[in-house]
Design a binder for this molecule. Sequence first.
Ligand code: DGJ
Length: 557
Amino acid sequence: MTLNQIARRLRLAVPLYLALTAGSALAAPELPKLVTKDGRHALMVDGKPFLMLAGQAHNSSNYPAALPKVWQALKDAKANTLEMPIAWEQIEPQEGKFDFSFLDTLVKEARENDIRLVIVWFGTWKNTGPGYLPEWVKFDNGRFPRMKDKDGKNVYSHSPFGEQTLAADRNAFVKMMERIRQIDVNHRTVILVQVENEVGTYGFARDYGARAQAAFNAPVPSAVTARQKPKKASSGTWTQVYGDYAEQYFHSWAIASYIESIAKAGRAVYDLPMFVNNALREPSLDGKPAEPWKGNFASGGPTYDVLDIYKAAAPHIDFAAPDIYMPESNKVTAILKSFKRADNPLMIPEMGNAAGYARYVYQAFGMGALGVAPFGLDYAEYSNYPLGSRFTDKRMVEPFAKVFGVFAPIGRQWAQWAFEGRTYGVAEGDDRAAQTVDMQGWKATVSFREFQFGERQYLKDKNEYQSGTEQPSGGVAFAQIGANEFVIVGQQARIKLSGIGANDGKPSMLARVEEGRFDASGKWIMERNWNGDQTDYGLNLPATPTVLKVKLGTYKD
Ligand code: DGJ
């Protein structure tokens, strides 16, 4: 190469190099955010809808030494997101002295493992209690008051009227958010933050301390009455407006206001989406309104009946989310329905990690959930059975790995379809009965424990069931990608499609039933076309999660 040629190459290469590096310096990925359109929601990560195939680590896995067992479990589960607690006692063991070494390690290792993070802030309340308060807060009940009972005695849980507790918690949270911004602004590994953990109080409807009492006897703020329908009078004190519900509603407002102050300050330094999680009360199975609190759940938490109070008091909280530890299918369905709202994206930040819960992932993603996280997706030798699995090894992860595995390559696409209102989902009920799903122009009838070949009604002498179906494990999620076209993912179920609406009464048949997969770029790779025995008795999805691309057609009588 002559000197001239070298010079010419350099002249071309240098501007190109500068353009590229300048581009990368400018191109910090977009801040994660929640978007809502037509009552549906998407969590935007790097500017596109993201589906959280998540797991939450055990409570005490928030130390570097515990992380290898967490990463391994997530990898085996085919998860893309980790929910990890960061505790106040851990980051501020002495007042004003902060230690972010674990947070730094966590974020760095998450990137190395290609995992996004949801930070779970264990502050004033962790499962309603003070376990994760720094010692200097825990035992100084003068400066950081506990709630009072009716006799003026201290209650285990801290008061939402503790001004100094709020100031100190908020300060620590803001410091944490500053640190996250500092280490993550160019990566966006952290995509979501949970503020406090399962708030509310067991055994006490509210705080009876002097400040709380004064607020209880003051008028209900109009922002609350504008959203949470008054029960007795349109204005007045909590008792005048809400009667028997007054104490629970008041406590919800007090805690939500406390959380709002923390979330607002945190978002002012780094504006990540934020949410609260809920230790559930029993869902309503008959559609009847919730009864007043009777000691039967943690009063003041974001239970489904007070979501409007949380919306009124905590506008910097994007959503309230259910922690699902009720395995019964009718309850899970009621819970999902009550938290999925036009003003409240559905997301499941905790769910039992026992095998029976895995089928609910299909239902939740079909309903447009932003993410699902089995709790304790972590090989720490700790099992929270009977809430979750007895196993602490691969046997615990396996049922979720199967389901996450089919969603993983289409996560972004699925989240986009959900945002467009194209998705539907079912999970096998405890009654094992068939269920129907009405879509645009087509109805799916999903049945369970069928033979793959033949109809049970003509095989009455055959009473046996396929092995592996002893417990309910079926689930199907549908995405309607065209007028007559569906992507169907599922396991252990039979699907039959028939015309409704515009197709009602028209004879129809399957055009194609392609089994295949989406590659990493989202391109459909057909592996085979089902026909004959494989479609004569419906689309029979085996135990192995299967992805089908189905096209139907109608014809004239
Ligand atoms: C719900 C809590 O939010 C979690 O931190 C954990 O305590 C589970 N319950 C039980 O393992």
